[in-house]
Design a protein around this ligand. Structure first.
Ligand code: SF4
Length: 225
């Protein structure tokens, strides 16, 4: 197994552990955040693609059926954003509209059809209040920090990979040659739909959260061995 996939599983598990300590309003069937605007790294895409190929291959048809529809195309990655902020540079705008419709992996009953393999962007979209009431997810500052830090860690782990929209990443990785190239860390951006990942130069963690995030990172390192 690609060691990076093992690290990803450990990061997902560390995040799950953190979220079980929170009181969240998120529940089965609540799908306000399940839009066409989910972005992820190719490492997460490989985990997701492998799960779909083995458990529910028909879902690739759902992806293709809606592939002509508008969706968020990332113009920066989380580590790219951190580098821009550190340099005091302007952050490029990203077009994103929940009105573009639901995630192609959401069932008609409002259930995620890839729940076990869903990307971190979905795992981190937690809320203390029902999103449909306020129109946005409400989370405490520490949760936001932990989410950002773990997202940075995932990109860092996949620093030779790419970030793209869920639809684009799955279509890219459907090609075995691209999955092989990802494993060999030789994947190159095929077009403007993807951003090249970067290593994390620094984690975006404010001083009051450093101890908590440091403990999570230490736990992850210990599990990686
Ligand atoms: S992958 Fe699942 S959790 Fe994520 S947006 Fe799609 S349906 Fe929702």
């Amino acid at each position: 197994m690609d060691a990076r996939l093992k690290t990803l599983a450990i990061i997902y598990s560390a995040h799950k552990e953190q979220m079980t300590e929170k009181t969240l309003a998120c529940a089965k069937g609540c799908a306000t955040c399940c839009t066409r605007n989910v972005t992820l790294t190719t490492l997460e895409g490989r985990r997701l693609y492998d799960w779909i190929a083995s458990e529910a291959p028909h879902l690739m048809d759902e992806i293709k059926k809606d592939a002509h529809k508008p969706r968020q195309i990332p113009t920066y990655t989380i580590n790219g954003l951190t580098d821009l902020c550190m340099a005091g540079d302007e952050v490029p705008e990203e077009s994103s509209d929940p009105g573009w419709g639901a995630c192609p992996l959401l069932s008609e009953e409002g259930l995620c059809q890839v729940y076990e393999a869903r990307p971190f962007a979905c795992r981190s979209m937690v809320s203390q209040t029902r999103c449909e009431e306020g129109g946005f997810a409400e989370m405490d500052d520490l949760t936001l920090t932990v989410n950002n830090a773990l997202m940075q860690y995932i990109e860092h782990t996949d620093d030779k990979g790419l970030t793209g929209n869920l639809t684009d990443v799955l279509l890219l990785l459907e090609d075995e040659a691209n999955r092989t190239a990802h494993e060999a860390e030789t994947l190159t951006p095929p077009d403007t739909h993807f951003m090249a990942n970067r290593p994390a130069q620094v984690l975006m963690v404010p001083p009051p959260h450093r101890e908590a995030v440091g403990n999570i990172m230490q736990e992850i390192q210990a599990k990686k061995g």
